[in-house]
Design a protein around this ligand. Structure first.
Ligand code: RP5
Length: 182
């Protein structure tokens, strides 16, 4: 949220993490990113993946970002999802301070429709990696999905849930092959 602004009336409520040690850390540059980022967080909750979620700004709270990234692995996180818009340096700077995989979500900005966010996040220099997702809500959702896929490599129950998820998704599409059918 920008200074002196109220949160949007359609701002989603905070999402409760499933109990247990947080495995995914979700950070975003502003309260205003929550509208987008909540889609991925909801997916984590739906899959029963414990997460933690926090506003951390690369530019406005740089010390907090460095502290977050440097301590993330030791406190048990396995994947970080970082969403930001505009001059979106959060994912890259986070990746520079942690060995954990960082998934970057370019939030759709009002001025440049997220092109600024996308290019800021995707053009990482060789040697520090950020896995960049699509602009906006699809990217946020898929960041949650990709985090689940990473965790599922070591978690059979989660892998089974993913198989079910994909099967149901396929069936949903196959069930209505006629364009325009509700
Ligand atoms: C970025 O600036 C944030 O990630 C957000 O997408 C954008 C605008 O932030 P606010 O002005 O809404 O706080 O740092």
């Amino acid at each position: 949220m920008s200074n002196n602004q109220q949160p949007p009336s359609n701002q989603p409520a905070p999402i409760q993490s499933p109990t247990g040690q947080a495995k995914v850390g979700v950070i975003m540059g502003s309260q205003s990113d929550w509208q987008t980022m909540s889609l991925g967080v909801q997916l984590l909750a739906d899959f029963g993946v414990p997460f933690e979620c926090e506003v951390v700004s690369a530019h406005r709270t740089p010390d907090k970002l460095f502290d977050y990234a440097k301590t993330a692995k030791d406190k048990g996180l396995q994947v970080i999802i970082a969403g930001a818009g505009g001059a979106a340096h959060l994912p890259g700077m986070c990746a520079s301070q942690t060995p954990l995989p960082v998934l970057g979500v370019p939030v759709k900005s009002s001025t440049l429709s997220g092109w600024d966010s996308l290019l800021s996040i995707v053009q990482m220099p060789k040697g520090i990696a950020v896995g960049t997702l699509a602009i906006g809500t699809a990217g946020a959702y898929n960041a949650g999905l990709m985090a689940i896929q990473i965790l599922a490599l070591q978690d059979k129950d989660l892998a089974n849930k993913l198989d079910d998820f994909r099967q149901k998704q396929t069936e949903t599409i196959l069930a209505k092959p006629t364009p325009g059918e509700i």
